[in-house]
Every structure is written in structure tokens, then in C-alpha cells.
Design a protein around this ligand. Structure first.
Ligand code: SF4
Ligand code: SF4
Length: 425
């Protein structure tokens, strides 16, 4: 057995804590997780049953932590997990799981299968069976700070463009600002209007804010590949910048897993609480609206619907805010049949969209979203995650569907009441 496989299996043993062991022992093999997973529903292939994706980890648990498993191993009846098995499971753990958490949500005994996949990726990455695309994103993040290799001059160029568009100054490195906003590379490259929308909304609401030139990237590729050490380094970069600028809040952007990373996993990854609070942009917008500092007027007349990003809504707990905010600016909001915490994933979260090997499967899984959209007859799809937005656009194009995808923050900025003194959008 190679050294990397041994290290991977050692990590499997390390992540097999009491909750994980109890999850394996409490599985009643009901199969409900299969019907909750879009990779199973859209392919009908039983290998995509969520609990099955964990089989090598389950095997290690059984051999190491159960009496029967230990006996079987001693008697040579149960063989150790091999490098070939890990390689065979790599597509199941990385390509056919977005860590959307829908399986965890339906499991009648409360098994957090998505959380277990996250743990299993720790061992898989060390064993050297993570996909090339995800390894590339992690390497670029460590080297440049961005999974797309995007550096500060590229952000500065987009800031300049947005300043010209909005006529507003976009603050960078302002010490003592209340809020430090994070961005995702995908937003900066594909949807830079989000930066302008922040400037317009915060000017309107009188919010003191800044970007950091040292830590603007919210995406945490370490979590996607499953290497906690790297994930911790990336969180620490943000914490260092926030502490340097002495901000009270850090704003997680329109990015799904960035929110889970910085809000829920971050303090554990760096081993201490933050001296600031993390808010998702939607939480902040909802709060500003409640305080009547965010006032909108007029409504978008187009029939539209909302895609709930899994990591913000089901996994992150920001459930009602996007729907309430959208209802305030949309005249014809048509909710999907499975919405809010029951939403179906776009198919590209959890590093799947960074993994070229997964493209055919991801497009197949998109059929679930297509069915949801076909029921509604809408021409506009609103969401709050740049990764979802890109994956949705690719799926729509692949299926020749005439549906535009837009961001909620931008839509709200377009409806700010004009009495705020903003220049017209
Ligand atoms: S839903 Fe839960 S109990 Fe049922 S098979 Fe899946 S993991 Fe096991
Ligand atoms: S987390 Fe989502 S994609 Fe992964 S196995 Fe569960 S339902 Fe499927």
C-alpha cells in the first residue's frame, strides 16, 4: 500500500469521531437519502445513493470500531480498503456530491451524510484521489488567494469600472469601517455589477463599509477539496484583514459555500472565536429593510422565480430573507414547488463546478432544475450565489432554455427609492 493511501486511511480513522460512528451505526437502510439526491433521481443509478458514497469510510469504521468488524479483519474475512477502492470512489465523493445536504435533511435518523462526505474528502485528498480541477483551484487559491488565479489588479480594474458605472467611490482598506465585504472570484469576473450594487445600496442606507486589498476572496477551496489545514489558512487571511481594519462585521457575498466556510466552519478551523460578526449580505439587507434604511419602490413585472442556494438556505439557515426581499421588488414571483430548505441543488456546488471530469454528470443532474423551471413558465431566475448562477446559466444554455439568471442584490439595487440621492442606475 502506498504511503499516500496509508495517510488517507489514517485520516479516515481520525475523522471517525463519535457522531460519525453513531451515524453509521444508526443507518436503517431505508433508502430515503437516495430519493433526496439529484444525482440518483436524474440517473436512477444506485451507486449514487448518498450513504453508498461513504462505503470506504464505513468499511474503515466497521473494521476499526465494531467488534464483529475487528474479528472479521483478524480472521482475514474483511480486507483493508485499497488504493484502487479509493480511486473508484473518487467520482462518487467529488463528482456526484455537491454537499447540498438534502440527504441529511430527509434522513429519518438524522445522519448528516453531507457532513460525512466533507470528512471523507479529508482522507481522499491526502490519499491523492481528488480530481485535477479541484486540486488546481486549491493550488491557485493558496498561491494567489483566488481559485480562479485572480489577483488584486483584476479586482481594481473591476472596481474602477463599477465606480464609473455608479458614480460612487468603492472604499478599499478603510480602517474603522463597520463592515468589510468579501467577494467571490466568480462574482468579480462574471458578475462585477454586484460590487456596484453594494456601493449603491450602502450609500442609500448609510452603511460604513470597505473592501480589503489583502483578503477580498470569500471562496474557500480548502473546504471543497476537504483539507482543513488549507481551509483554516484561507479563513485566517480574512480574519487577519478584518482585524487589521478593525471592522465590526464581515459580509459574506452572493456565494453559497463561502458562507458555510466563514460563518459556520471558520472559528473551528482557526481554533478561536472571531472578534467580529459574520453576516450574509441577505441578512444585512433584510435588517436594513426592517430598520427602514433600505427602501425600494416599483416592482419588476416579469414572471420570475427564485433558486435557493443550498449552502445559504438549507445548510446556512438564511431561509426567509431572500424570499421576503424578492417579494418586495417582484410583482409576479412564482415559487418553485420544492423551495426554501427543500430546494434542489443547481448541481455544481461543493467543488463540482471546478471539476471538469464531472461536467457530463452535472448536466444530467441539471434535469431536476429544468423540471422545476418547466412547471413555472418564467423567463427570469433570481438567485444569490455566483457559483449557482454560473452553473444555472450553463445548464439553461445546454438545454436551449430562454431563461435569464440574475442576482438578488443587483435587482434590489435597481429598485432603490430615488430619494436617497443616488445617481440613477
Ligand atoms: S436516509 Fe439515513 S437511514 Fe435511510 S439509508 Fe440514508 S443514511 Fe441510512
Ligand atoms: S449532499 Fe446532496 S449531492 Fe451529496 S449525496 Fe447528499 S443529496 Fe446528494
Amino acid at each position: 500500500m502506498s504511503a499516500s493511501t496509508e495517510r488517507g486511511l489514517a485520516l479516515f480513522r481520525e475523522v471517525l469521531d463519535a457522531p460519525t460512528a453513531s451515524f453509521f451505526s444508526s443507518c436503517v437502510h431505508c433508502g430515503m437519502c437516495a430519493d433526496a439526491c439529484l444525482f440518483f433521481t436524474e440517473t436512477g443509478d444506485p451507486k449514487y445513493t448518498p450513504i453508498h458514497k461513504l462505503e470506504p469510510l464505513r468499511k474503515v469504521w466497521k473494521q476499526e470500531y465494531t467488534l464483529l468488524g475487528r474479528l472479521a479483519k483478524m480472521l482475514g474475512l474483511s480486507k483493508p480498503v485499497t488504493a484502487d477502492e479509493l480511486a473508484e470512489w473518487s467520482p462518487l465523493v467529488y463528482d456526484s456530491c455537491t454537499m447540498c445536504g438534502r440527504c441529511s435533511f430527509v434522513c429519518p435518523v438524522g445522519n448528516d451524510i453531507a457532513g460525512m462526505i466533507r470528512k471523507m474528502r479529508e482522507g481522499m485528498a491526502v490519499a491523492g484521489v481528488a480530481p485535477e480541477g479541484v486540486i488546481g483551484a486549491v493550488t491557485r487559491t493558496v498561491e494567489t488567494g483566488s481559485p480562479m488565479g485572480l489577483k488584486l489588479p483584476a479586482l481594481q480594474a473591476q472596481i474602477g469600472h463599477q465606480q464609473r458605472e455608479t458614480g460612487l467611490t468603492i472604499p478599499v482598506d478603510v480602517e474603522g469601517a463597520d463592515y468589510m465585504a468579501l467577494l467571490s472570484s466568480m462574482e468579480i469576473v462574471n458578475f462585477p455589477e454586484y460590487i456596484g450594487a453594494l456601493a449603491r445600496i450602502f450609500k442609500h442606507a448609510g452603511v460604513s463599509w470597505t473592501l480589503s486589498s489583502e483578503a477580498f476572496e470569500a471562496t474557500n477551496a480548502g473546504i471543497q477539496i476537504g483539507v482543513s489545514d488549507i481551509a483554516g489558512v484561507l479563513v485566517q487571511r480574512i480574519v487577519d484583514a478584518a482585524e487589521k481594519l478593525k471592522v465590526k462585521f464581515v459580509i459574506s457575498p452572493e456565494c453559497g459555500h463561502a458562507y458555510t466556510a466563514i460563518r459556520w466552519e471558520g472559528p473551528n478551523l482557526i481554533g478561536r472565536p472571531y472578534p467580529f460578526k459574520v453576516v450574509h449580505i441577505l441578512e444585512l439587507l433584510a435588517e436594513l429593510k426592517q430598520q427602514r434604511r433600505l427602501r425600494t419602490s416599483g416592482r419588476d413585472e416579469r414572471p420570475l422565480t427564485f433558486h435557493d442556494p443550498c449552502q445559504i438556505v438549507r445548510r446556512g439557515g438564511v431561509v426567509e430573507q431572500p424570499h421576503e426581499l424578492l417579494a418586495g421588488v417582484a410583482a409576479d414571483l412564482r415559487e418553485m414547488a420544492d423551495n426554501r430548505s427543500w430546494n434542489w441543488c443547481c448541481g455544481g456546488g461543493g467543488g463540482v463546478s471546478a471539476n471538469d471530469r464531472a461536467d457530463p454528470l452535472r448536466l444530467k443532474a441539471f434535469q431536476r432544475k429544468k423540471k422545476q423551471l418547466d412547471e413555472l413558465n418564467v423567463g427570469t431566475l433570481v438567485t444569490v450565489c455566483a457559483n449557482c448562477r454560473t452553473v444555472l446559466e450553463e445548464g439553461l444554455e445546454h438545454n436551449h432554455m430562454d431563461v435569464e439568471v440574475i442576482g438578488l442584490t443587483g435587482l434590489i439595487a435597481d429598485h432603490l427609492t430615488p430619494d436617497s440621492g443616488d445617481p440613477p442606475a
